[in-house]
Ligand binder design. Structure first.
Ligand code: MG
Length: 161
């Protein structure tokens, strides 16, 4: 069964959203580099690469199922934040938004009775549970450690591969 045009179009939109997310986290990595918080910057770089991986997975799946992908323009991302707490508030809000996008894709796959696509998307549904939880935990840690004690967290986050 070929991917429906509706799903193929929706996957194109999601590929663009993943690329936008990747750029957002890259911009956040730059912010942290400029702040001298290299552990945070490393974590954000890894996050940025992971978002691109999501785009590649969606591209491969769409092509494998006979859909079409066109790489389009990616909108500009924010580049300035007031503090690390503000950055992670943004991350948490953004990941909740991405979860909504994925849920809508699952809704569409179900409407189209495309079980293979539902199954494929459940991986992304599970991933979003983890993304939201991670963002929330880091945000809580940042708030608990206080505004000027980033050292411990910076060290911890820098361990991410
Ligand atoms: Mg993603």
């Amino acid at each position: 069964m070929l991917l429906s045009t509706k799903l193929s179009d929706a996957f194109n939109t999601q590929v663009n959203a993943e690329m936008w997310s990747s750029n957002l986290y890259l911009a956040m990595a730059v912010y942290f580099k400029k702040e001298g918080l290299n552990g945070f910057a490393k974590w954000m770089e890894a996050q940025s690469k992971e978002e691109l991986t999501h785009a590649y997975q969606l591209i491969d799946y769409t092509i494998d199922r006979g859909g079409d992908i066109v790489i389009g323009q990616v909108n500009i991302v924010p580049t300035a934040w007031g503090s690390p707490v503000e950055v992670f508030e943004h991350v948490y809000k953004h990941e909740k938004y991405v979860s909504e996008l994925i849920d809508k894709l699952v809704d569409l796959a179900e409407e189209e009775k495309d079980h293979a696509t539902s199954d494929f998307l459940y991986g992304f549904v599970r991933e979003q549970v983890e993304e939201e939880s991670t963002a929330k935990n880091i945000l809580n840690d940042l708030k608990n450690y206080g505004d000027h004690h980033y050292g411990i967290l910076d060290h911890q986050l820098g361990k991410r591969e």
